[in-house]
Write a protein that binds this ligand. Structure first.
Ligand SMILES: Nc1nc2c(ncn2[C@@H]2O[C@H](COP(=O)(O)OP(=O)(O)O)[C@@H](O)[C@H]2O)c(=O)[nH]1
Ligand SMILES: [Mg+2]
Length: 320
């Protein structure tokens, strides 16, 4: 099966079924996906991408549910990509969560997709890049990326966002541990959710002093906000801070830098994909010359690096 114009048209009209199907086809690298991505790439360039990251249970999905509502109030179309195995969108959470999300299930201005952390042909980051290209072309104003923020792949995914919100809860614990581990050095907004719990003020102060200790002189000073996502308290302020950061990006040239760094990552990812494809063909291809080189390496007559270099010179990447 190849990607049809009809499917592409459906996706561009934000039909959830068409979006889901096209996303899967692109993910599987089906015939026509390169061409589809080429067309989609040219159509986009306007959407805002916001990363929501933080430890499991901090309230990211609940916050996102509220941000969707705020976005819709402002007449924005909103898409959510949840890279979180415990995300309620995937049905992995308690019933109550899923019911809450139902609120947006029939709204044509909202699209929610859950991504497993494994099983993407070219890795998670490439899948998310392609999905953002698709959602951007389809005219979504706001794309919210939910990640738990652990592991290299997720850090790469986080870098696809223009603004990152780090969600934590009172009492430090996991959140600060994650930051100490260096996984989450740079968020633009820090949010202490579950502010209905004790220790909220202490946590805010701790975060603020941690941020002020960071030696680097940055043009953007991250603020620490609080929220009670289950009640919708503080969500408006998060939305306003998101706007403030976006204006800052526009004024400081940060948006251009972001576009360039995403382009950089996408091209690198695409090159990696092409090389991997060629390699797969070679290894599966029963190529006697390749097999004999493998034999030579196994007999220690030649080293792997020299053989690899020779083959890289020989491969016809243009064919992939
Ligand atoms: N007390 C309280 N519970 C909250 C708040 N926000 C979310 N929760 C609850 O915390 C749990 C985890 O929330 P969820 O949004 O799934 O967290 P995620 O794993 O970060 O996406 C759920 O049971 C929510 O109802 C809050 O502000 N206060
Ligand atoms: Mg979640």
């Amino acid at each position: 099966m190849s990607i049809s114009d009809e499917l592409l048209r459906g996706a561009l009209q934000r039909d959830p079924w068409a979006l889901g199907k096209l996303a899967r086809m692109i993910d599987d690298g089906l015939e026509g996906s390169d061409e589809a991505l080429e067309r989609l790439h040219a159509m986009g360039g306007r959407c805002r991408v916001v990363g929501i990251t933080g430890p499991p249970g901090a309230g990211k999905s609940t916050l996102i549910n509220n941000l969707i509502r705020e976005g819709r109030k402002r007449d924005q179309t909103v898409a959510v990509l949840a890279v979180d195995p415990t995300s309620p969108y995937s049905g992995g959470a308690v019933l109550g969560d899923r019911v809450r999300m139902q609120e947006h299930a029939t709204d044509p201005g909202v699209y929610i997709r859950s991504l497993a952390t494994r099983g993407h042909m070219g890795g998670l980051s490439r899948s998310v890049q392609h999905l953002i290209t698709l959602l951007d072309a389809a005219g979504f104003d706001l794309v919210l990326l939910e990640t738990v923020g652990v592991g290299q792949e997720e850090v790469e995914v986080k870098d696809l966002a223009q603004t990152t919100v780090f969600v934590t809860v009172p009492g430090l614990g996991d959140g600060i541990q994650a930051m100490k581990a260096g996984v989450l050095e740079i968020a633009h907004i820090y949010l202490v959710n579950k502010a209905d719990r004790p220790m909220t003020e202490t946590t805010v102060k701790d975060l603020e002093s941690m941020l002020s200790m960071s030696e680097e002189k940055r043009a953007w000073h991250p603020s620490v906000l609080t929220s009670i996502a289950t009640e919708g308290t503080g969500v408006q302020e998060v939305m306003e801070e998101l706007d403030r950061h976006y204006s800052h990006l526009q004024a400081s040239g940060g948006l251009e830098n972001w576009r360039r760094s995403v382009a950089d990552a996408s091209v690198a990812e695409a090159i990696r994909g092409i090389v991997e494809e060629s390699l797969k063909e070679l290894v599966n291809g029963d190529n006697p010359e390749f097999e004999s080189d493998i034999d030579r390496v196994s007999r220690k007559e030649e080293d792997p690096m020299s053989v690899a270099r020779r083959w890289l010179g020989k491969l016809d990447f243009g064919k992939v």
